[in-house]
Ligand binder design. Structure first.
Ligand code: HEC
Length: 135
């Protein structure tokens, strides 16, 4: 008797996470929730171009240069019904921990598959996506 309905998804909570990584995630989520975007040093323009660089390096392969999705079955990030309608803290969590929409044929890997992606990178790239794709 197998449990159905979870579409084979492994909860990221069950995966071993180093304590440093976990606190980085929660710090980034808290920063995003408070709207603190790269408060440590970087100016707004710098943050935007950093976010763009992260997107071009790690995210564009799946999400496409227009954010509409490069893999079959993916939904657009921007626009009225796009995922970017969710609050910053939820999206930063999805970027850092991975995400699969219910019933979606493909899943997003944690950190977009780049283990070196930091919480600040996640906040910067989210900011870039909001500017570039709307919402
Ligand atoms: C291997 C492919 C892949 C890569 C690489 C990838 N994503 Fe995703 N991403 C997905 C898929 C698939 C979804 C779910 C799309 C859907 O809702 O249909 C998704 C969803 C998202 C969402 C919406 C999450 C939510 O809570 O609704 C955001 C934000 C996002 N990705 C940002 C990024 C960022 C930023 C990067 C680069 C750091 C990235 N993605 C790299 C495949 C990818």
């Amino acid at each position: 008797m197998k449990k159905m309905g979870t579409s084979g998804r492994v909860s990221t909570r069950e995966l071993p996470v180093s304590p440093g990584e976990a606190s980085e995630t929660s710090r980034a989520i808290r920063a995003a929730a408070l709207g603190v975007v790269l408060a440590a040093g970087a100016g707004a323009a710098e943050a935007a171009s950093h976010g763009k660089a992260v997107y071009g390096r790690t995210c564009v392969a799946c999400h496409g240069s227009d954010g509409k999705g490069a893999l079959p079955g993916m939904r657009a990030l921007g626009g009225k019904k796009g995922s970017l309608g969710k609050p910053d803290d939820a999206l930063v969590k999805s970027i850092l921990e991975g995400y699969q929409a219910p019933g979606a044929p493909v899943a997003m890997p944690p950190k977009g598959g780049d283990p070196s992606l930091t919480g600040q990178d996640a906040i910067a790239v989210l900011r870039y996506m909001r500017e570039a794709f709307g919402r």
